[in-house]
Design a protein around this ligand. Structure first.
Ligand SMILES: Nc1nc2c(c(=O)[nH]1)N[C@H]1C(S)=C(S)[C@@H](COP(=O)(O)O)O[C@H]1N2
Ligand SMILES: [Mo]
Length: 204
């Protein structure tokens, strides 16, 4: 893998700036039903239990803002966006992973999923965003909550998140099974699965 480019600011290779914020996803926009909604942390948790928040509970978790860039693998980028929500590291403190957790699967409505290395998940800029620029997210952009992991391409940030599964081995998520890179670092331009090196992910 070589030395990790951990650059920030400016445009990663192959990206261009975008005015406005396009909407990109697979499938329909789910309807938010607060009485049915819950956010679940499960899998290899430290105490073996699941943690669930309903929408009121989740809305009461510590709120943080993060200024970060957003890079879509289709080559548009936004720089210096203000995201507000629950830091992934805060969530992991409230519902800790077991010591041998190496990856997480982030689950969204309709079974959409994205796998992340635990260190990318716990990065201090990773946030379960409920707000952008101080405004609640719109339905198309993931209301009530979507994940933002600035150092990875945006498909690693599911919209309409419903759960986090702690894993002791890697598994591919939705796009990672369909031709996108298992790791997805924007500054390494890890776009497609054919670029993967040994150790980047489970066999396809
Ligand atoms: N649930 C869900 N989340 C998703 C996707 C999706 O298809 N379903 N697409 C991803 C992709 S490929 C991108 S580029 C970003 C786009 O986010 P935006 O529509 O808010 O710009 O959402 C990501 N999150
Ligand atoms: Mo994307």
């Amino acid at each position: 893998m070589g030395s990790p480019p951990r650059r920030e600011g400016g445009l990663p290779p192959g990206q261009r700036l975008q005015r406005g914020w396009p909407v990109t996803h697979y499938g329909p926009v789910p309807r938010f039903r607060p009485e049915r909604w819950e956010f679940r942390v499960f899998g290899a948790t430290a105490d073996g239990d699941k943690t669930c928040w309903n929408h009121e509970g989740f809305s009461g978790l510590p709120y943080a803002t993060v200024i970060a860039d957003f890079h879509c693998v289709t080559k548009f980028s936004m720089l210096g966006v203000e995201w507000g929500g629950v830091a992934a590291s805060t969530l992991a403190k409230l519902a800790p992973p077991a010591d041998d957790v190496t990856h997480v699967m982030v689950w969204a409505e309709y079974g959409f999923s994205a796998n992340l290395r635990i260190e990318d998940f716990l990065d201090d800029k990773s946030v379960f965003a409920t707000h952008k620029g101080g405004e609640p997210l719109t339905a198309e952009h993931g209301f009530p909550v979507r994940l933002i992991v600035p150092r990875l391409y945006a498909w690693k940030g599911p919209k309409w998140v419903r759960g986090v599964e702690y894993m002791t081995a890697d598994r591919r998520g939705f796009w990672e099974e369909r031709g996108y890179h298992n790791v997805g670092e924007a500054w390494r331009e890890q776009r497609y699965s054919y670029q993967e090196q040994p150790g980047d992910g489970p066999e396809l």
